[in-house]
Design a protein around this ligand. Sequence first.
Ligand code: PEP
Length: 255
Amino acid sequence: MMAGIPLVAGNWKMYKTPTEGAALARELRQRLDRPGGPDGVDVAVCPPFPALPAVGAALQGSGIALGAQDMHWEKEGAFTGAVSAGMLVDLGCRFVILGHSERRQHFGETDATVQRKVRAALAAGLTPIVCVGETVAERDAAQTLAVVTRQVGAALEGLPAADLGRLILAYEPVWAIGTGRTATPAQAREIHGALRRLLTERGGGPATRILYGGSVKAENAAALLREPEIDGALVGGASLVAEQFARIVEATRPA
Ligand code: PEP
């Protein structure tokens, strides 16, 4: 069952200066803003930290929401280089990506740190987009379900059922991120169905949106998003090109 309005979120990764980011945001706004606000699909962009103020200003009054790509779990402290949930809220962020595979791979993110960040984000009123997904070696070893079950179990550990509808899951097979290889709709269907069952077992279920991420392009978005358990997309590379991102949003818009 579709969990409410679909969401298309752009992960800009370490691309776009504040000036470049504001220009991209203005172009997105031109392409996506409709009179009366967004129509049938939620849209968010997640620029790098330094671009958040400029992009937020460029999106002011539009239907496009702002998100960040990571945060620390503490409110403040001697954590050089880190950013807190409260700082993101103050900049107008509604979303924060947590546990992205690039954070896990390059920056020592673990299931335990994702768990702390999810709690801190919810406590601050942010909507976490919690990323899970298997590597190619794990898929080849038939470990996909075990891996995403472990990652989701850790991320949601101890959360009351009522909080499950306040977060978003993103299934992002690591082998599909930035590679041009996409999970087939059938592969995504299997894992999204399993994630939905995990949520249901925890007393949540239909209210939690489950996004797919991994080389989503305008060309493949419609087929993926037609799957009943795919409630939107987390888009990396294609979110850096306004025309492509806008086409993905259009492909997501319910008919
Ligand atoms: C991502 O960074 O979350 C992602 C899915 O990247 P891409 O769309 O480039 O594969």
